[in-house]
Ligand binder design. Sequence first.
Ligand code: C2E
Ligand code: MG
Ligand code: MG
Ligand code: MG
Length: 277
Amino acid sequence: RAKEAGRNQVQFYEAAMHARIAERASIEAELRHALARNELSLVYQPKLDLRSGAVTGVEALLRWQHPTLGAVSPARFIGVAEETGMIVAIGRWVLRMACTQAVAWQQAGLPPLRVAVNLSARQFRDQALLEEVRAALHDSGLAAQYLELELTESLMMHNVDEAVAAIENLKQLGIALSIDDFGTGYSSLAYLKQFPVDYLKIDQSFTRDMLDEPRVAAIVRSVIALGHSLGFKVIAEGVETASQLDYLRGNDCDEIQGYYFSRPLTPDAFADLLRSS
Ligand code: C2E
Ligand code: MG
Ligand code: MG
Ligand code: MG
């Protein structure tokens, strides 16, 4: 019986593995057409200044609505896009769309806000990135100060000298930069001071656990202090409750982002939120 149970388990794992491989293959095949078929869109999540209570900007987040697969989350397709290189074309579209949207909001009479775009490792290493950012700003008419790029630590630590040079070039365009998911990658504190970024984004896993685990709270307070002493502003991701917000405000965090204030919104819903606040 034990033998049979073992065999059943092996079959179970093999079936699960085959299902995963098949899912990945279908995501890859379908993603190839997603852009051309207009299945991709962006939603925008506001960032809130904890002192003034003002919305300081939004983060553009990619959404994929497939006719039969339904809504496919970034967790399921960004990795595939990255591995296959499709992220370069998709990322270029995201950048242009986000800049165009920011200008459209301004033209609709909203106060000028910064729009943040996530960059993947592949895009960051792409030699054409600098020119693409310049072109996206130029073609949309968005002033550079209203664009922010979010980079992850791992992406920058891959080749530190190259990363510092790339970041300096991007900074010279006049855009803002932030380090996303801070604390989850393997960044060396020794290098941190070399990156001329504007924001550290505390990863949502820290925000989630900080009120239950004193050690996580200690990390959050330390990251805020570290960020400030290096001249960065600090923003906490994944804020879902009033008590999390209060804790962050009490510990001098600059900004928050999370479901407590707002979920990611369509462009129209975001405009409505700003007009009503
Ligand atoms: P991220 O850049 O760290 O984005 C934050 C994620 O947290 C988003 O998930 C957002 O919807 C979610 N979130 C925001 N507030 C809360 C909250 O209060 N609680 C919880 N539990 N989650 C919250 P999303 O949209 O599923 O995106 C996941 C990741 O996919 C992003 O993480 C980013 O790494 C990647 N991604 C999304 N859009 C793009 C894109 O256009 N390009 C690239 N390269 N990556 C993207
Ligand atoms: Mg991000
Ligand atoms: Mg993040
Ligand atoms: Mg994240």
